[in-house]
Every structure is written in structure tokens, then in C-alpha cells.
Design a protein around this ligand. Structure first.
Ligand code: SAM
Length: 209
């Protein structure tokens, strides 16, 4: 079904990004072709919209290389590619997110590179290629706190300029945030948006403003 013939209730338009919801026929078709997702990369997550809103105030250089860790459907990555001509790579441990990321990128006329990778597998020399590192809703299990802290530490020592992790404020996120504030000089801010939902999220940030 052509995108244009689908009711707008299946699609969100936000800050120049078109996001297809789980109910969208093309998303539903992809879901039918798959066995299911392993770790929640299976819908539009609100933190990604709050991070888009926050990034709209940041001085992100055009054509920056950005890494979206645990990218899922990659909507923040798409926002950066569209608004800042960023060259974004999304990594996710779950290979099944890739067709959804590709579909969302296609309807937005942009390209996001995808690698099936874990947080743990990114080396310092790989991280050195990126100006910024972003992640949304990625610290949802206690077991993710240590790998993410170690990844952030490697990224800083590799020279990444900005790191932004947005989250609803789950306990593992606060544990990660507390360590990053105490040991790495990070801070945490709250950020609210009114549309497409009224919601408040938290952004752990290193570098930037
Ligand atoms: C709640 S989803 C959020 C997806 C996306 N960031 C968003 O906001 O729409 C969490 C994502 O993290 C990925 N993930 C979980 N553990 C991971 C790991 N160790 N390495 C890489 N990705 C991981 C999952 O596969 C999933 O796609």
C-alpha cells in the first residue's frame, strides 16, 4: 500500500521526521514476516522524540559522524540525518530491527547504516571515528548498566565530543547516570515535550550544552 493512502493515525509527523507506528500496514507486514524481537526494538519509543527535541537546540556540526547505540527503529538517527546531514550508523544487538530501520529511513529519504553489534563489542578505535554517540531507552535492565558505563568511558577516551542517552528514568538508567556523574563528569537534565505525547524524559549528557 502506498504510504500516501494510509490514514495519518498510523504515522507520526514530528520535527521533519515521518515515523510509522506499529499499526502502520507496512510495519505490520514486516512484523508478520518475523519471529518477533528479542529486546524491545519493536515500536516507536517516546524517549527518541524527546532526544530529537533536545538535539534541535544543540550545535551539531553538519555531516558529523554519529553512532546510535541500541538504535531499534532509529528515529533519532533519522532526525540527525535529515536536519544536520549527519552520517549516522545505528548498532543493535537484534538483527530483526534492521528492516524496520530501513523502512523508516526510506520514507524519510535518508540512509542510516546498520550493524548488528552489541554495546560491548565496540572498540576504542572504532568509537574514535564518531563525533557523537546517542542512545534512547537503552538502559532498561540492570545487566546493561556496566556495559553501557564501560562503553561511555571508552567513547570519552576515544575522543567522542558529545554523548546523549535519553530515558524514561528506570532504575538501571539512574544507576548508570549516578556512575557517569560521579566518575566521568556527566550531568542529567529533564526534558519535556507536548507533542506527539505529553511526556517528560531524562537525558544523561557528556559534552555539549
Ligand atoms: C527499548 S529499545 C529502544 C530502541 C531505540 N533506541 C528507540 O528509542 O526507538 C532498546 C534497544 O536496545 C537494543 N539492545 C539491547 N541490548 C543491547 C546490547 N547489549 N547491545 C546493542 N543493542 C542492545 C535492543 O535490541 C533494542 O532495539
Amino acid at each position: 500500500m502506498p504510504i500516501t493512502s494510509v490514514p495519518s493515525s498510523h504515522q507520526i509527523s514530528y520535527m521533519g521526521v515521518q515515523a510509522l507506528k506499529s499499526s502502520h500496514p507496512q510495519v505490520r507486514k514486516l512484523k508478520r514476516q518475523q519471529q518477533g524481537h528479542s529486546a524491545h526494538g519493536n515500536k516507536v519509543w517516546r524517549s527518541s522524540f524527546v532526544l530529537m527535541d533536545y538535539l534541535s537546540d544543540q550545535a551539531i556540526p553538519q555531516h558529523s559522524r554519529v553512532l546510535d547505540i541500541g538504535c531499534g527503529w532509529g528515529l533519532t538517527a533519522i532526525y540527525l540525518a535529515k536536519q544536520f546531514n549527519a552520517n549516522v550508523t545505528g548498532i543493535d544487538i537484534d538483527a530483526s530491527v534492521e528492516p524496520f530501520l530501513t523502512l523508516q529511513a526510506e520514507i524519510n529519504d535518508c540512509q542510516i547504516s546498520f550493524q548488528r553489534r552489541s554495546f560491548e563489542s565496540l572498540t576504542k578505535s572504532e568509537l574514535a571515528k564518531y563525533h557523537s554517540l546517542i542512545g534512547t531507552d537503552i538502559c532498561f535492565w540492570d545487566e546493561l548498566t556496566v556495559p553501557l558505563f564501560n562503553l561511555i568511558r571508552r567513547a570519552i577516551s576515544a575522543g567522542c565530543q558529545n554523548i546523549y542517552i535519553a530515558d524514561p528514568g528506570r532504575p538501571p538508567f539512574w544507576s548508570l547516570a549516578d556512575q557517569c556523574v560521579a566518575k566521568l563528569g556527566a550531568d542529567v537534565i529533564s526534558r519535556s515535550i507536548e507533542h506527539p505525547w505529553k511526556t517528560e524524559k531524562y537525558i544523561l549528557r557528556l559534552g555539549g550544552e
